[in-house]
Design a protein around this ligand. Structure first.
Ligand code: NAD
Length: 423
């Protein structure tokens, strides 16, 4: 049976979740504190770049609405909380947005006389939903969880750049609930997608999300360490990964070496996990090493560059790619940030190009030159490949020094000098 769903927070997770639920027949109302975003969504415009999302939003416009007013919760059955959970300066999780959202929801629950279901989709540390968010909901509403309203935790695993596909084809849906009614309602809601469902407790669901992200980041940092050894020995780290990946216990996914992981999730989630482990007095050696390896890895680009251009002072360096991965305009945690910082420290002149992320990068770096095409960035003393955008494959690198952090092997064919970071 179709439901009336409210989605709080219209970022990558909120907007994709809402659009996909609309696709299978539900009615969606988005709520965000950002009025500009809300106006864009009501006009059918996606406020950020995510392939396929604009089509989905416009196809189901009749089932979608957006507002800044939390009161809409009154006329709906389920509310998903999808607001951001960024890091504080000390790396610990900042719950300000999620607490604010839940306070507002609690205030509305007070005014309704029927059961309403609150689902936490934002990534929060184990114990947060039950020990922090549930008490806020009960206090603000004057009602009891389970009896008067449902509460569950449904972590999200989508990747930016392929978010719609990932939502619709998820490997599993994790449903964390401590009461049957909430669990059953979410199981029914997700039924239309025919995906594997894993039911568990709220706290376990929270931990599954962190453990998954930490493990994926570990695979990458591990393979980068192996990749650095391979580079020294003249071995192709990708061939090693192919050989390793054939072992079913290992698998080939997330074994592509390069300049490290970034994005809006891994960096802040691993920092939050470390900070939380410290708080509960537990070891975090592996996770801390994973983060350390990842901090050093992008600077390998500068070492390789200096093999061929020893003094960067006054040299023009072309940077291809600023987004943390292709098919997104998101630069949060992008490896381009430490690389560009180091280039500027060494007084290089940076000429950068990215098909989608230049506007976001400008908010951090005003002092570099932004090119109107990739070709323009190639007109430099050396070129660094930092994001593997499809269009970079077609470039002519003839005569160039290319340092490749993302295995753009097409560049190897024409470059005068080519160095892969781990191959
Ligand atoms: P985002 O930063 O892209 O968007 C968050 C949205 O929440 C913004 O539009 C913001 O204006 C809004 N917001 C903040 N406070 C609000 C409030 N009180 N009421 C209403 N709206 C409010 O975030 P995101 O990338 O979509 O991530 C959301 C959550 O999902 C995070 O916890 C993140 O860790 C998790 N997650 C993200 C991804 C991803 O790839 N981006 C994947 C899985 C899980």
């Amino acid at each position: 049976m179709s439901k009336n769903i409210v989605i709080i927070g219209t970022g990558y997770v909120g907007l994709v979740t809402g659009a996909c639920f609309a696709k299978v027949g539900n009615t969606i109302t988005f709520v965000d504190i950002d009025k500009e975003k809300i106006d864009m969504i009501n006009k059918g415009v996606v406020p950020f770049y995510e392939p396929g999302l604009d089509n989905l939003l416009s196809s189901y416009r009749g089932k979608i609405n957006a507002t800044v007013d939390y009161k809409v919760i009154k006329d709906n059955d389920i509310t998903f909380v999808c607001v951001g959970t960024p890091s504080k300066d000390d790396g610990s999780i900042d719950l300000i947005h999620v607490k604010q959202a839940v306070e507002n929801i609690g205030g509305i629950l007070k005014e309704i006389n029927r059961w309403h279901h609150v689902v936490i989709k934002s990534t929060v540390l184990p114990g947060t939903t039950e020990k922090i968010l549930l008490p806020i909901l009960e206090k603000k509403s004057g009602k009891n969880a389970t009896m008067d309203f449902g509460l569950s935790m449904n972590p999200e695993f989508l990747r930016e750049g392929t978010a719609v596909y990932d939502f619709l084809n998820a490997d599993r849906i994790v449903i964390g609930a401590n009461d049957e009614r909430s669990a059953d309602e979410l199981v029914n809601l997700y039924k239309s997608f025919s995906l594997k469902i894993f039911k568990t407790s709220i706290t376990t669901a929270e931990m599954i999300k962190y453990a998954s992200n930490a493990f994926l980041a570990t695979k990458i940092s591990f393979v980068n360490e192996i990749g650095n050894m391979c580079k020294k020995l003249g071995i192709d780290a990708y061939e090693v990964a192919d050989g390793m990946g054939l072992d079913k216990r290992i698998g080939r996914a997330f074994l592509d070496s390069g300049i490290g992981w970034g994005g809006s999730c891994f960096p802040k989630d691993l920092d939050a996990l470390i900070s939380w482990a410290k708080m509960i007095g537990e070891e975090h050696r592996i996770i801390s090493s994973v983060v350390e390896v990842n901090k050093r890895q992008p600077l390998k680009m500068i070492d390789l560059l200096k093999k061929h251009v020893p003094n960067l002072n006054g040299k023009t360096i072309g940077v291809l790619g600023l987004a943390f991965k292709p098919n997104t305009d998101d630069i949060r945690g992008s490896r381009a940030v430490p690389v560009v910082n180091q280039l500027l420290k060494e007084k290089a002149v940076v000429k950068a190009f990215d098909p989608k992320a230049m506007e976001n990068f400008k908010k951090m770096f005003l002092q570099i030159k932004y090119c109107s095409s990739a070709e323009e960035a190639l007109d430099s003393d050396a070129v660094l490949v930092l994001t593997k955008w499809e269009e970079f494959k077609k470039l002519d690198f003839t005569g160039k020094i290319v340092i490749d952090g993302r295995r753009l092997l097409e560049a190897k064919k024409t470059a005068r000098i080519y160095e892969g970071v781990c191959w």
